[in-house]
Design a protein around this ligand. Structure first.
Ligand SMILES: NC(=O)c1ccc[n+]([C@@H]2O[C@H](COP(=O)([O-])OP(=O)(O)OC[C@H]3O[C@@H](n4cnc5c(N)ncnc54)[C@H](O)[C@@H]3O)[C@@H](O)[C@H]2O)c1
Length: 263
């Protein structure tokens, strides 16, 4: 299908990551106007290098955990003449980001309150603040849609043994926030329904990002499809949720996990 997203102006947080950058590329190819955002840094730079010349692309520095920045974001976008009708709460502290380069991954017993709170601040409070600002600046003014991003580890626990000996782990705050975000979806879906806004959650499965063959084997055994996802396979579902064809969906959790949650 071509131009699935013509007429859609999509605002995305955390756009420079593995999935975010894939969404941006695919959305532009499908005719969307894309308002990308992320923390300043190499991921943001790479995204701007890839798409900065495209007139359908804009980029804003945005820390979703910073209340002042979030409060002003839609005013800045609207003042620049762009009118988002899809908002994608994609930014998150993931395992890789929590750990940072070379830092050993903490056990549950050693998890600091500051790592826990940093994760909640980005993954949940940030998503809440984006949604609240959408309520203030967009909802009711024109039809729009919010998509929150959960995970295969939102409503299913991780198989901890697959992380033994791996440099990364699943972590408790991540699962907690990813379960919580669907609560925000359910609460808002009914709250916004009469104001012309839909709200859904997408729960991606395990996405391949240069993982070792051993990790791919272990996680593949837990997935009906027998393998990790390519980022484009998550994007296929995301593009549908961003499209006008998803207009009758609200308050839903869409698992895109190769059957991990279906056993
Ligand atoms: N990759 C997977 O296997 C997978 C699986 C399930 C769910 N997800 C979810 O999909 C989304 C994207 O994941 P990804 O794999 O691209 O992750 P990623 O770590 O590659 O990207 C996350 C992005 O969020 C940004 N970010 C972090 N803190 C931020 C903040 N305070 N403000 C703004 N941006 C911030 C980072 O800079 C980064 O660009 C996340 O919500 C993640 O939890 C990913």
């Amino acid at each position: 299908m071509t131009n699935q997203l013509t007429g859609r102006t999509i605002f995305i947080t955390g756009s420079g990551g593995v999935l975010g950058s894939t969404y941006v590329r695919r959305m532009l190819a499908e005719g969307a106007r894309v308002i990308a955002s992320d923390l300043p840094g190499t991921r943001a730079d790479a995204l701007q290098a890839a798409h900065g010349e495209n007139p359908d692309f804009r980029f804003y520095d945005l820390d979703v955990g910073d209340e002042d920045q979030v409060t002003g974001i839609f005013a800045r976008i609207l003042a620049d003449g762009w009118q988002p009708n899809v908002v994608l709460n994609n930014a998150a502290i993931t395992g890789e980001l929590l750990m940072g380069a070379g830092k050993p991954f903490p056990s549950f017993a050693d998890t600091s309150v500051s790592d826990w709170e940093r994760t909640l601040r980005t993954n949940l409070t940030g998503a809440f603040m984006i949604a609240r600002q959408m309520d203030r600046d967009i909802v009711g003014n024109w039809p729009c849609s919010l998509i929150n991003v959960a995970s295969m580890y939102a409503l299913n626990g991780p198989h901890h043994q697959i992380y033994e000996g791996m440099p990364f782990k699943s972590f408790s705050a991540y699962s907690t926030t990813k379960a919580g975000i669907h609560g925000l979806t359910l609460w808002l879906a009914g709250y916004w329904a009469k104001r012309g806004a839909t709200v859904n959650t997408i729960a991606p499965g395990a996405v391949f990002n240069n993982h070792s063959e051993e990790f791919q084997r272990r996680v593949g055994e837990l997935i009906m499809a027998g393998r990790m996802a390519a980022p484009d396979e998550i994007a296929d579902a995301m593009l549908f949720l961003c499209s006008a064809q998803a207009g009758y969906m609200t308050g839903q959790l869409v698992n895109v996990d190769g059957g991990f949650s279906g056993w």
